[in-house]
Design a binder for this molecule. Structure first.
Ligand SMILES: *Cc1c(COP(=O)(O)O)cnc(C)c1O
Length: 374
């Protein structure tokens, strides 16, 4: 599904006949996002690093990107060129890096719109070089090295040769060396891994004479190392989740002082009744082809909310009311056990959820979820 333009997102704040705002509804708290960005930027600054704020989880909605920038970031990054186009169209002047390795077929667009990209193929660098040179531009390249996570990046023994070849290309400037962790292999970044990154950066500097100002030590999973565990010379982290949801992602600890409730999803109760906890009848498969398992808890008070798997990824929804429990979901319905919830509920009441990363992305992309950004 494509991301939506600013107009699309604003158009989703439609007023139904009842006069209230349509649900499900995602409230985005910009002040909390700015505060989180400030905290993360401060933590990184003390470790000698700048921060690239990553905007892909919210389709690069410019108002949210600006809230991040206000926290003191020196770069933005996004994995999709459409999102970078959106940020540029909105007049954002902070330089922007393409995070997913560019497709050769989009090289012209990347050279025209992005200030830098992460690259692991000499062929791709060549395409960017030709595109940028023909446009009279200089496109920055951060070369990616794989230090064990086995997603993108050249193996360490192949880095130097690639760097030398790219350094000879017109239209591109070899500007950084970067690494990614905790994505495919789940490899946790460590001080030793970052020292290996620094040693490679030094090799490239020695052999090419380039200053290589960016040494990018990973994503939100590297943040747990800051400030003490980041070796001197790592100059950048690429941070999305920690700014948006307030946690580092290696051990999922809350960053001191950061907000984890920056995004709140509100959903409406459409049925509220007492029902048995065991289904009655021969049990086949549910709407998603799985055979469900049930525990008999007797008669329970159950709420059905008007949100389902077609709207968002349900697995990352966390009820704000600690006594409410998600017991299941189908395409259009979310089933909750609300027996223990103390506040009075009725049909038409709203229930709130905080979101984990998957739910955040899916809600921000979903045309069925109204966004209120403020
Ligand atoms: C998405 C992405 C990031 C940001 O990851 P978070 O875990 O959200 O901080 C960093 N680097 C690359 C290459 C990415 O694709």
């Amino acid at each position: 599904m494509p991301c939506f333009s600013a107009e699309d997102i604003n158009n989703q704040v439609q007023i139904p006949a009842s006069g209230s705002v349509r649900h499900p509804l995602m409230r985005v708290n910009l002040a909390k996002i700015t505060r989180n960005a400030e905290i993360v930027a401060g933590l990184c600054r003390r470790a000698g690093m700048g921060v690239m704020g990553v905007t892909k989880a919210f389709c690069a909605e410019p108002a949210i990107a600006r809230a991040m920038i206000r926290g003191g970031l020196d770069w933005l990054g996004d994995s999709r060129i459409q999102n970078i186009a959106r940020l540029k169209e909105a007049g954002i002047e902070t330089p922007i890096c393409l995070l997913r390795l560019p497709m050769i077929s989009e090289a012209r667009e990347v050279a025209a719109l992005a200030d830098m990209s992460l690259v692991s193929e000499v062929e791709t660098a060549k395409a960017l070089s030709e595109a940028a040179a023909s446009q009279g531009r200089t496109h920055k390249i951060t070369l990616m090295v794989d230090l064990g996570d086995l997603r993108e990046g050249l193996l360490p023994q192949n880095i130097l040769q690639a760097a030398k070849i790219i350094n000879e290309m017109p239209g591109v400037e070899l500007y950084g060396l970067g690494v990614n962790f905790a994505c495919y292999g789940g490899v946790i970044p460590t001080t030793e891994k970052l020292e290996a990154l620094l040693a490679l950066a030094e090799d490239i500097r020695r052999q090419t004479g380039l200053p290589l100002p960016i040494v990018s030590g990973g994503n939100s999973a590297s943040l747990y190392l800051a400030p003490g565990g980041i070796p001197n010379g790592v100059t950048n982290l690429r941070i999305g989740e920690a700014i948006l949801l307030g946690r580092e992602t290696s051990y999922r600890k809350v960053i001191e002082g950061a907000f984890t409730d920056t995004f709140t999803l509100e959903c409406e109760i459409i049925e509220l009744q007492k029902k048995p906890s065991l289904p009655d009848g021969l049990i086949g498969t549910n709407a998603f082809g799985q055979k469900p398992v049930f525990v008999d808890k007797g008669i329970r008070k159950r709420a059905i909310l008007a949100i389902g798997r077609h709207d968002v990824i349900i697995d990352g929804l966390v009820p704000v009311d600690p006594k409410a429990e998600i017991i299941g979901a189908s395409s259009d319905h979310l089933l909750m056990d609300v027996t223990e919830v103390e506040r009075p509920l009725s049909v038409g009441s709203l229930m709130e959820f905080n979101v984990q990363y998957g739910s955040l992305i899916s809600a921000m992309m979903s045309p069925y979820v109204t966004k209120i950004i403020g």
